[in-house]
Design a protein around this ligand. Structure first.
Ligand code: AGP
Length: 606
């Protein structure tokens, strides 16, 4: 979704802002723009399309010591140059970049118009620029505070004013915003990846906070102008994490990183002797863990599908009822929050608006919610009562891969914790710990089969429509496989429980519609093979994702084999070839793999 970057200091802001914008491209956007505080006044440039097109449109001599820039993902008003940010006041003195949605923009627009304001765009953001320019306050900080008093909605804002060229004022409410502290320079960004090249010293703003940033430092305060002291923290991120490092695409880079990133996640957390796991961040004592009677996962999209994997793990290992629900639905249905249910919010970015709202709904009603989150210090991570950091490293490709694998491992660890305070024996705990320790190498051997998986992907990419089927533990794997395939290949891919095929979807099977079948070596193998036979009988072609030793069914056209782990952990390994299938199908079709059309990396709007 939208991205913000800002700079003030001793260097030319233009290349810094453009580099920052290119680091935010992965979030998804449709237009971009920049405002530079040059010696000749504020210069604003906006462009529909890619950051490189904006860069090409900038005059070569453009320079200034401060500026703000933005990538826009349209919400109010179509994708046009006029609607791109920065939005400016009528006198062009004030420039504003904004992530989020101003809920009362229409009312404010009407009120401003009655005072003679003329609008140049259809955006909600433009009203903020007008309000700030019309404020009676003497300083930019006070003008922003005055404007915010009439604004309702969500925002991360960065504001410049020609009358105050020595400062950028920023404000946060419901959309992330981070300050980067440099040497006689300061940075502003909506995402750490835009800062990592310049500084590792950052300040996370909280909702309701405003900051005035100058070349020599920053001052943070609340919306009622009370000073809030905030010290910088160090981030553990290096440039290699957000660079392609010779890879053609981030999606493939991130798939290949999994054996190493998993090692980082489990190191120091597993206890082989007691078949247990240490998750200090949960902030729950064994007695409190024992007190929960149910577990509910809340996440969106792929995070919700991994939540289903996690629910199954918890039922298997802790024998507690567990289920997953899309956070985007949960938050709207006035859910009953039970005091003896443990709620688990799962999110790579930690900024997904629907999941963050679901967390607040649980907390508002007195429930206990922990997070499975990748981005340290993100909104969801901070709002949960405790949690498990995923340590997957930055994930840049819009289509999530390694973060989902880490989520599934996080759920396995949570299941182990809940299981070991109940009836899971030491030996069963040790079996799962050993399984987790094998995962990295086993994923490595799936990745070594990439060339063959790419061949299968090339064949599947020719179909306009595909089914992914699985049963019980294999069903969320199928859902995620279909999701990944459709996100990057733009083919229609639909997941079904293998058991449900005969109740309707079988009508669609013919030689044009292939099926990817998840067939683990478990108590349901025979039934899965029977479903494949039914497909074959309708001339359907089947790609079977399975374990060594599972007998070949007459119906199978392609076979992909993954190593067997423990049954509870098998879904983790079975998902990996599906990541490569999606990647190579999209590559064969020549798509923009890391930035699929219409999608954004973190969905921070409703
Ligand atoms: C995954 O490939 C998708 N891009 C999407 O479904 C994603 O998982 C979902 O939007 C949730 O994002 P989060 O993990 O950052 O909360």
């Amino acid at each position: 979704m939208c991205g913000i970057v800002g700079y003030i200091g001793t260097q030319n802001a233009v290349p810094i802002l453009m580099e920052g914008l290119s680091r935010l491209e992965y979030r998804g956007y449709d237009s971009a723009g920049v405002a530079i505080m040059s010696p000749q006044g504020t210069k604003v440039f906006r462009q529909v399309g890619r950051v490189r097109e904006l860069e090409a449109a900038l005059p070569g001599r453009l320079s200034g010591r401060a500026g703000i820039a933005h990538t826009r993902w349209a919400t109010h008003g179509p994708v046009t140059q006029a609607n791109a940010h920065p939005q400016v006041s009528q006198d062009r003195r004030v420039s504003v970049v904004h992530n989020g949605i101003i809920d009362n923009a229409d009312d404010l627009r009407e009120a401003l118009a009655s005072r003679g304001a003329v609008f140049a765009s259809e955006t909600d953001t433009e009203v903020v620029a007008h309000l700030i320019a019309l404020a009676s306050a003497a300083t930019l900080e006070d003008a922003v505070l005055e404007a915010l008093r009439s604004v309702t909605g969500t925002y991360a804002l960065a504001v410049t004013d020609e009358r105050h060229p020595d400062r950028i004022v920023v404000a946060r409410n419901g959309s992330p915003l981070i300050l980067g502290v440099g040497d006689r320079e300061m940075f502003v960004a909506s995402d750490l990846s835009a800062l990592v090249r310049h500084t590792t010293s950052v300040v996370h703003l909280d909702d309701g906070e405003v900051a005035c940033v100058t070349a020599s430092g920053y001052r943070t305060f609340s919306r009622d102008a009370t000073d809030i002291a905030k010290l910088p923290t160090r981030i553990d991120l290096d440039l290699a994490d957000v660079d392609l490092a010779g890879h053609e695409h981030f999606m493939r880079k991130e798939i290949l990183e999994q054996p190493d990133s998993i090692e980082r996640m489990i190191r120091g957390r597993l206890d082989e002797r007691f078949g247990a796991v240490r998750l200090d961040g949960l902030n729950l004592t064994p007695r409190e863990l024992r007190g929960f009677r149910r577990v509910k996962m809340l996440g969106c999209g792929s995070a919700y599908y991994v939540g289903q994997v996690g629910a199954q793990m918890i039922e298997d290992l802790a024998r507690m009822p567990a289920d997953a629900e899309p956070a985007s639905e949960f938050r709207y249905r006035n859910p009953v929050i039970e005091p003896d249910t443990l709620y688990v919010a799962v999110s790579q970015s930690g900024e997904t608006a629907d999941t963050a709202f679901a967390v607040r709904e649980v907390k508002r009603k007195g429930g206990q919610v922990v997070g499975l989150v990748n981005v340290v210090g993100s909104t969801i991570a901070r709002e949960c009562d405790g949690g498990i950091y995923l340590h997957a490293g930055p994930e840049i490709a819009v289509a999530s891969t390694k973060a989902l694998t880490h989520m599934a491992i996080g759920f396995a660890m949570l299941a182990l914790v809940l299981g070991r305070v109940r009836d899971l024996s030491i030996s069963d705990g040790q079996r799962i710990v050993a399984g987790l320790q094998r995962l990295g190498d086993q994923i490595g051997s799936v990745l070594a089969d990439e060339a063959r998986i790419a061949d299968v992907a090339g064949a599947l990419a020719q179909a306009q429509s595909l089914f992914f089927i699985g049963r019980v533990r294999g069903y969320p794997v199928a859902r995620e496989g279909a999701q990944k395939f459709k996100e990057v290949s733009y083919r229609h891919a639909e997941a079904y429980q293998a058991s449900e095929l005969k109740h309707g979807p079988l009508a669609l099977i013919d030689e044009e519609l292939p099926t990817v079948a998840i067939v683990p070596d478990d108590e349901l193998t025979g039934r899965n093979l029977a479903a494949i036979e039914q497909i074959k009988a309708r001339n359907g072609r089947v790609a079977v994702v399975t374990h060594p030793g599972v007998p070949a069914s007459a119906g199978e056209a392609w076979r992909i084999t993954v190593p067997k782990n423990e049954p509870e952990l098998d879904p983790i390994l079975l998902t990996v070839p599906l990541q490569l299938l999606a990647y190579h199908a999209a590559r064969a079709l020549g798509h923009d793999i890391d930035k699929p059309r219409n999608l954004a990396k973190s969905v921070t709007v409703e």
